[in-house]
Design a protein around this ligand. Structure first.
Ligand SMILES: *[C@@H]1O[C@H](CO)[C@@H](O)[C@H](O)[C@H]1NC(C)=O
Length: 186
């Protein structure tokens, strides 16, 4: 029984120490639903793109939303020019991670690669960068506002996140109670 308890704890710890993944979506303004843009693997300092699908933008669309589902069902992200997904651009998704190393916001930036002299080919690929939350006396002021798909401020995100992040502490506590209770009777 004690061995099972140790194995459970080790499993918990490895799960939380290892890298996480996040699905990033691109959502042209006139499109009915978001398209998968990339799957990103990240830890608190580094991220890699493991699955990138070039975007199809409806003709005439000039704005594309880029974001992810915060806590599984709340859209959070930014809007950018559709031209940033064309050729001649170098794109980068910014993963804003909090003190626990979890993504809480996504940013996007694109730079021109035309005119650098060597005819660099843009329009393909995607970069990613982890941006850590600024720590300081007023950390909340540095935190970007999380927007919903309609561009409204979502105030419920923080409350939801608390329980989603800490359910496992309660789980761990219950497992220990169970183990202690059982081994006492052995
Ligand atoms: C994050 O991943 C990078 C690259 O895989 C690795 O070098 C780094 O040590 C990792 N950092 C942490 C905190 O795990």
């Amino acid at each position: 029984m004690r061995n099972i308890a140790v194995a459970l704890v080790v499993t918990f710890l490895t799960t939380f120490a290892s890298a996480s993944t996040v699905d990033v979506y691109a959502w042209p303004l006139s499109a009915h639903k978001p398209q998968s843009l990339a799957k990103l693997s990240y830890n608190s300092t580094h991220a890699t793109v493991s699955n990138y699908s070039p975007l199809t933008i409806p003709v005439g669309d000039e704005i594309v939303r880029v974001g992810f589902y915060h806590g599984g069902n709340t859209w959070a992200g930014v809007a950018t020019a559709a031209s940033n997904f064309g050729a001649g651009k170098e794109r980068k998704v910014l993963l804003h991670v909090d003190a626990r190393g979890e993504v809480y916001h996504i940013g996007f930036k694109a730079v021109d690669v035309i005119g650098s002299g060597k005819g660099v080919k843009g329009g393909e690929g995607l970069g990613v960068e982890v941006v850590q939350m600024q720590t300081g006396p007023t950390p909340h002021l540095n935190k970007p506002v999380v927007l919903t798909a309609d561009g409204k401020v979502d105030e419920k995100v923080e409350e939801k996140t608390f329980f989603q992040k800490y359910w496992w502490v309660i789980g761990l506590f219950l497992v220990f109670q169970l183990v202690v209770g059982t081994s006492g009777k052995e």
